[in-house]
Design a protein around this ligand. Sequence first.
Ligand code: MG
Length: 384
Amino acid sequence: MSGCYAILVAAGRGTRLPGEVPKQYRAIGGEPILRRSARAFAAHPAIAGVRVVIHADDRALYDRAVEGLAILPPVEGGATRQESVRNGLESLAELAPDSVMIHDAARPFVAPSSIAAARDALERAAGAIVAIPVYDSLKRASGGTLAAVDRKDLWRAQTPQAFRYAEIRAAHRAAVGRDLSDDAAVAEAAGLALELAPGSEDNFKITTEEDIARAERLLAARPMQPRTGMGFDVHAFGPGDHVWLCGVKLPFERGLVGHSDADVGLHALTDAILGALADGDIGAHFSDRDPRWKGARSEIFLKHAVELVRARGGRVLHLDLTLICEQPRIRPHHGAMVARVADIAGLEANRVSVKATTTEKLGFTGRREGIAGQAVATILLPDA
Ligand code: MG
């Protein structure tokens, strides 16, 4: 037996227009909903691993959405949510989980405290469901009449719902052919006693366009702190017929010497973001003794730094870079460099600045021995 695994159900189609992306792959705050949900569980100390159940048609969307996250490979779902959960459960058999948490991928704002509460409640009961009380008055409308319904003792069930693995798998197997509303209902049908764990209003399921707007408002309203970081890098000229600067290949009579592609622009930008995160430097994340980075395209360094910001719930606001050299001439490539950096960092082009200067023939750049880059990154991070 080994730990608690999360199953994220992301196989739904919803009712949508042809060509439209399923809701769980829509971006909120610049990131797919599924990525946010998967990361909430992957980052939680109570969770040993994350399995996402997807629709067969969504594999490419899925791969893009979770790129770089340390989670298990996905499995395909079935025709109904219940079938999808069962596939997810069966797929975990070889990992022998002692418990599982089943979660709707379309609930990206699940709080770490709710995951912990579900785990704790599972110590006392056969199953635990995250839920919130009903505060609105309830009415039953039928046959042209309205009748009040007592809301006392009524709760709105959310996810995650936590169970011991063997019990919920047996319950799902027994429920094949029956149409039950959620995993709690499957568990109840098998006679398992459940307990409630506190959820939150923010842990809503994104279903409608109104929900997308609510999610954007929620993200925009989180208290954030600005952070600024600087980066500086130098590479010497050597033999070659081109240089990489800001992810753009410039034909030139010499090359730049380095372990990777020696892109001083992207290296300075990467270090600026790492500086804003107070998370070491590019050498600490990508050692120049590691053969994996020999000849590597430096865009992976910048992408990684941006992902570290996102993983902490933050975002990059602005990048400003100055390239310092007598040659090659930067100006003709300025637009391409801005566009390329913006693309790599996932930013609008008006949040990226690339400037160039000489040192009036002074110093090593003036003697045309190499190129220097210096950068400033401004980011927002959630209040700690
Ligand atoms: Mg460098």
